[in-house]
Ligand binder design. Structure first.
Ligand code: XBP
Length: 253
């Protein structure tokens, strides 16, 4: 099956949409305020905290590093889980207000893959309700059903850079990595996808542009549109200006 792609596995945050700085970050801060906490994650601090994947894990890491006294709370795990649930409520509400658009080329590529009968799947660290809300608010109410598999959140024990979520999605798809390709935006995501044996295209954003993407098939500014071509940051884009199914198949050749 050389040069054939059976499925494309998409990361979510930073890949489908720029959700972090003006989405997740604001939702975390709103939850902190609701809980009466004087914590405020500004855009710079959030960039540093992003190296820890998973919202609950990020909250705990912040406490360990900046407010260690708070770790003495009784029922800490449940308290973090409640705080995180509140954060998810704020984030979903923000998505439902349509405040976060898809990145360039994402909707076009998803529609083209569907027409070409290439499966699409999600492999993300973020919570499942966030994925559904983002897809519905940008691609329509029925769009979650377009995805053969949605792998999200705590469904696997190890979050990225562990390969767990990619291996789980491949298993659910019943496909081997060599017939699939991943689309990621961060070094942690790339490490996870490569460890699962997936050829990976990276589209960078402001938080991830300086990270190490060695091993990626291609590093691009974004997926590109005919009216808004991508910029190639590393790899051979075969002279193309936007990512489409043929180009992805060429990368797997
Ligand atoms: C990105 C993440 C997530 C989000 C927050 O995951 O690390 O933790 O920042 O989401 P990915 P939650 O790039 O794999 O999509 O608070 O729901 O964990």
């Amino acid at each position: 099956m050389k040069n054939e792609i059976c499925a494309v596995l998409f990361d979510v945050d930073g890949t489908l949409a720029d959700t972090e700085r003006d989405g997740h970050r604001l939702a975390f801060n709103a939850a902190f305020a609701e809980f009466g906490l004087a914590w405020d994650w500004d855009a710079e601090l959030y960039g540093e905290l992003l190296t820890i994947t998973g919202g609950k894990e990020r909250i705990r890491h912040h406490m360990e590093k900046y407010v260690p006294n708070e770790l003495r709370r009784s029922g800490l795990d449940d308290w973090i889980a409640d705080l995180h649930k509140t954060k998810t409520r704020y984030f979903v509400a923000l998505l439902e207000r349509g405040e976060i658009p898809l990145r360039p080329g994402v909707a076009r590529l998803i529609h083209q893959l569907r027409e070409a009968k290439i499966k699409i799947a999600i492999a993300t660290t973020t919570s499942p309700e966030n994925v559904t809300a983002l897809l519905k608010s940008t691609l329509g109410e029925k769009s979650p059903d377009w995805f053969s598999v949605i792998g999200a959140g705590d469904i696997v024990p190890g979050k990225k850079p562990a390969s767990d979520i990619y291996l789980w999605v491949l298993d659910q798809l019943g496909l081997s990595a060599q017939h699939c390709i991943a689309v990621e935006n961060s070094e942690n995501g790339l490490i996870a996808a490569l460890a699962a044996g997936l050829n990976t295209v990276v589209t960078v954003n402001d938080y991830t542009r300086q990270q190490n993407f060695s091993g990626a098939a291609l590093v691009l500014s974004n997926l590109g549109e005919p009216t808004q071509p991508f910029t190639v940051l590393a790899g051979n884009a075969q002279g193309r200006k936007w990512v489409d199914a043929e180009m992805l198949a060429g990368l797997n050749g």
